[in-house]
Design a protein around this ligand. Structure first.
Ligand SMILES: Cc1ncc(COP(=O)(O)O)c(C=O)c1O
Length: 406
């Protein structure tokens, strides 16, 4: 099976267990719990040793406490009067994110994650554009959820090339704009290599051609603002850039929030008039959502503040530095691109990367293996939970794995 950002072979068989009866009699609580423990224990990698997927780190401990207090609450637009606390948590969390991301007056929604936020943005772009054959232009490095959105929303998605470092060809983006174009999409950063698209250049094009511009900041929203505060030199990337119509980010990637916490921010409430609420009642793609996600987001952000996230960002970047220096110190390996955030890709001209990946797995260290631009590669995506000790441990295991594979 291909990895997340690679083209999948069509219709890999969907793994399913054998047919299973719906139980007639309930089982003992202790028996059920022991089965749950046994199943969790089958996970191949401990949290500390899984460097392959961002989400593997646990949410901030505050999240667990608040989730316990608010379990069973919900928020949904049409019944906000029933659960005003959860609704207030959602909207105040949105306002906090809007202020972090350059436009305190922006409006928005907590969603189930990046896919929902991206598809909601495409719907807005399509409805606002008012074309009978709508097209959206994006660099091909953007997340595949946009392809799903295009299929479901009847939009023609025009994908433009990127170079080996994932930099979009901006002339190609410009040339791809036609009278049917309703919007542009770019990423802050894209998820393959974690590289930041030139958001101001996309915004300039959007303004010149009067187009909707959506920025996918799934990874970026909870790291780029704090990197900037820590002195990193970055291009402008958020709603402070005139021409950016919407920005999304995921709390479950680098925000230390539980899985299925996304933020979809919209520049001006007036853009939402393109959603035909009279028949649908929903601005996004899902309706009733868990109130504990809104409460947790609100509470963790209030608890950590910018200072707390700056500290976790500095810690995360220190782990990245250790891993990057470790890779550079192993002769057989080379980085495919200089990492900007917490995504690291490396390859080799001499050792079999699949074997390196298998050796890492055999030692209990999680990573992802796949192919990009004709190179076999290992991709790492670090979570703020990883610390310097975890990073040193990974480098040691990687050194051994390369030797074993060589
Ligand atoms: C850049 C980017 N956008 C969108 C998504 C989709 O997010 P989700 O899995 O929360 O739907 C991802 C997921 O990894 C991503 O990396």
């Amino acid at each position: 099976m291909a990895q997340e950002f690679e083209r999948h072979t069509p219709h890999d068989p969907l793994p399913m267990p054998p047919p299973m009866d719906f139980p007639e009699e309930g089982a003992d609580e202790s028996e059920v719990l022991s089965d749950v423990h046994a199943r969790i224990a089958e996970d191949p990698f401990s949290v500390e040793r899984n460097f392959g997927i961002t989400y593997v780190g646990p949410p901030h401990p505050m999240a667990e406490r608040v989730a316990t207090l608010t379990r069973g609450t919900y928020f949904v637009e049409w019944a906000r009067q029933m659960n005003p606390g959860a609704y207030a948590f959602e909207k105040e969390a949105i306002r906090m994110m809007a202020s972090l991301l350059g436009r305190p007056e922006a409006t928005g929604f907590i969603t189930s994650g990046g896919t929902e936020s991206n598809m909601s943005a495409m719907r807005l772009a399509r409805n606002l554009g008012g074309k009978s054959d709508p097209e959206i232009v994006m660099p091909t490095s953007a997340h595949y959820s946009f392809r799903l959105g295009a299929e479901l929303l009847g939009i023609d998605l025009i994908e433009t090339p990127v170079d080996e470092q994932m930099a979009p060809d901006m002339d190609a983006v410009m040339r791809a704009i036609t009278p049917n174009t309703v919007g542009l999409i770019c990423s802050a950063p894209e998820g393959n290599f974690g590289q930041l698209d030139p958001i101001p250049e996309f915004a300039k094009l959007a303004l010149e051609h009067d187009l909707y511009l959506h920025v996918d900041g799934a990874f970026g929203g909870f790291i780029l603002p704090f990197m900037r505060e820590l002195g990193h030199d970055l291009c402008d990337f958020d709603l402070s850039v005139p021409g950016v119509s919407s920005f999304m980010t995921d709390g479950h990637k680098l925000g230390q929030l539980p899985v299925a916490t996304g933020f979809f921010l919209i520049r001006d409430a007036s853009l939402l008039e393109a959603v035909p609420l009279d028949w649908t009642f929903i601005h996004t793609l899902t309706a009733t959502k868990p109130g504990d996600h809104a409460a947790t987001a609100w509470a963790v952000m209030r608890h950590l503040g910018r200072a707390g996230y700056r500290a976790s960002t500095a810690r995360l970047l220190e782990s990245v530095r250790i891993v990057v220096e470790g890779i550079e110190s192993i002769d057989e390996l080379r980085l495919m691109v200089k990492p900007l955030i917490s995504v690291i890709n490396f390859t080799s001209d001499t050792v079999d990367m699949e074997q390196v990946f298998n050796e890492l797995s055999a030692r209990g260290w999680g990573s992802t293996f796949g192919h990009m631009n004709g190179h076999a590669r290992i991709r790492l995506s670090l979570h703020p939970y990883r610390d310097a000790d975890h990073a040193h441990g990974f480098v040691e295991a990687l050194r051994e794995s390369v030797q074993a594979a060589g």
